[in-house]
Design a protein around this ligand. Sequence first.
Ligand code: ZN
Length: 115
Amino acid sequence: MHEVAIIEELIATVNEECQKNKIDKVNVIKLGVGRLSGIVPHALEFGFTAIKNGPLLEHCNLIISEIKPVYSCNDCKFSFSTNELCYTCQNCESRNVRLVEGEDLILECIEGKGA
Ligand SMILES: [Zn+2]
């Protein structure tokens, strides 16, 4: 399952960050999930609850927000956000647009308590 690999990587990153910042217990992890990433937020939450273990993540809540796709036009430099897949600039109608945001999973924030 795709989501399991993602969660394992996420937990590894959180562990690392917590060691660096001397955090013993994580209360909240905030994630941004790109709408075009193909990741199902619900599956991610479910998987996280199943996989998380140990005192660090025991009481942790995963909060997922969706990131809308953002496009940038290579011709007029206009950038715009839309809920849909888009191939045409909303400003100049050029088809020379590229996706700059919305395919990624972003770890936005870790909230926790230190020793
Ligand atoms: Zn344009």
